[in-house]
Write a protein that binds this ligand. Structure first.
Ligand code: URA
Length: 434
């Protein structure tokens, strides 16, 4: 068997690809000579058989070379980037990007859309009326030089192959795959032109790779890809076994990020945002210790400088800043409660079914290119360690279709594990890997 079918069969049997074979597949997919169904079959073969370090590096390079590399020389200062491997309720980019910029770093963040059960920063930002995330290369550079912060989609010129593959992975259940995640993320970071990169690698079933060992391997793989590309990279391993914060869904998450930027919001979102910003400052050589970086970040939040920078970001990308005031963002027609099946301590809140339910409500996509509904989602009222009574509200589904929400709410109650004993405390950040 030759051609694409031969390459699929080779990977299916556990064979290795040379860099030219990976280039043939990915470039062909981008050009349209390799159709969706063959690429989907190859992705599935990779899903089961994996890619080794050389193949992962080859895939990363082909993805980068499928488009341009953003040249940020015209932007003065230290250009930094941050990326999460994807979780439920993870809105830290909305906090970290303006916070880092308020501290003098230049944050040019090329973000993604929802993937599988996880949300995407671009979909969240688009919940702000008027805000554009599809910026041209010239617009990105001009905005970065002017304001120090941009959060945009990778333009048609940047990593177009990842954009196409990412959308295909989303609807073929090939998202939870270490080398595909590593190459997808690092190709965007390399093409994005940042000098230093901080990665937030999620640990727990709300991420794509639940186990600590897998998360470590993913972190190591991405840090190594950064080293090969001469971009100093650090990975923070953070907990994702319950949603981060309380809001899951696009407009709901923007509201929660705004609360953190104004000095309030849920402690876990605030903590993780501070930890990631501290690592950015450290890697950029602006502070000598992470503690020093954290203190600077806390001050920028307390003094309202990060919130002001966020408003500047929104305005620069055409968003209506007034929409950030209470009642300014889209709200769903119905709120349907999820109630506790018994009383006791919340020992676990399974993030993945919550992410999947938000997706089913319309916060994410089920098929290629489907629009998302900014208003829908879930607000989590009971988190790990809370004590609840039988029948108490654990969460609310924000929905446009009451019938759908009621049936989803009944099923979702099982995501809360409730017991007699309080759970043991787990750290939010497990470790940081240089
Ligand atoms: N984020 C990405 O950009 N790509 C992935 O594959 C997973 C998370």
């Amino acid at each position: 068997m030759t051609g694409v079918a031969g390459l699929i069969a080779h990977k299916q049997r556990g064979g290795r690809h040379g860099p030219e074979e990976i280039a043939f597949l990915v470039e062909g997919y981008l050009r349209g000579t390799v159709p969706d169904y063959q690429m989907a079959a190859w992705l599935m073969a990779v899903y089961f058989r994996g890619l080794d370090a050389e193949e992962t590096w080859a895939l990363t390079r082909v993805l980068v070379q499928s488009g341009e590399v953003l040249n940020l020389d015209a932007v003065p200062g230290i250009k930094v980037d941050k990326h999460s491997t994807g979780g439920v309720g993870d809105k830290t980019t909305l906090v970290v990007a303006p916070l880092a910029a308020a501290l003098g770093l230049k944050m040019v963040k090329l973000a993604g859309r929802s993937l599988g059960h996880t949300g995407g920063t671009l979909d969240k930002l688009e919940a702000i009326p008027g805000l554009r995330v599809e910026l041209s290369r010239e617009e990105i550079i001009a905005q970065a030089a002017r304001t120090g912060v941009v959060v945009a989609g990778h333009t048609a010129e940047l990593v177009p192959a990842d954009r196409k593959l990412y959308a295909l992975r989303d609807v073929t259940s090939t998202t939870d795959c270490l080398p595909l995640i590593a190459a997808s993320i690092m190709s965007k970071k390399i093409a994005g032109g940042a000098q230093v990169i901080v990665l937030d690698v999620k640990v727990g079933e709300g991420g794509f790779l639940p186990g600590l060992e897998e998360a470590r391997r993913l972190a190591q793989t991405m840090v190594e890809l950064g080293r090969r590309a001469e971009r100093p990279t650090v990975a923070v391993l953070s907990r994702m076994d319950q949603p981060l914060g309380r809001a899951v869904g696009n407009a709901l998450e923007v509201r929660e990020a705004a609360a953190v930027l104004q000095g309030g919001g849920p402690p876990d979102v605030r903590e993780l945002s501070l930890a990631l910003t501290a690592q950015l400052l450290l890697l950029a050589g602006q502070v000598r210790t992470a503690e020093e970086g954290r203190a600077l970040a806390e001050r920028a939040l307390a003094e309202g400088r990060a919130w002001e920078k966020f408003r500047e970001l929104v305005a620069a990308q055409g968003g209506r800043v007034e929409a950030l005031e209470p009642g300014g963002l889209a709200e769903a027609r119905y709120q349907v409660p999820v109630r506790a099946l018994r009383g006791g301590y919340v020992r676990r809140v399974a993030a993945r079914p919550i992410g999947e339910t938000a997706r089913a409500l319309g916060a994410g996509r089920q098929v290629l290119g489907q629009p998302v509904d900014p208003a829908v989602g879930i607000t989590v009222e009971a988190k790990v360690g809370d004590r609840v009574g039988e029948g108490e509200v654990l969460a609310r589904l924000h929905a446009q279709d009451r019938g759908l929400a009621e049936s989803l709410a009944r099923r979702l109650a099982g995501a809360w594990e409730i017991g007699e004993e309080p759970p043991k405390e787990e750290p939010l950040v497990y470790e940081t890997r240089p």
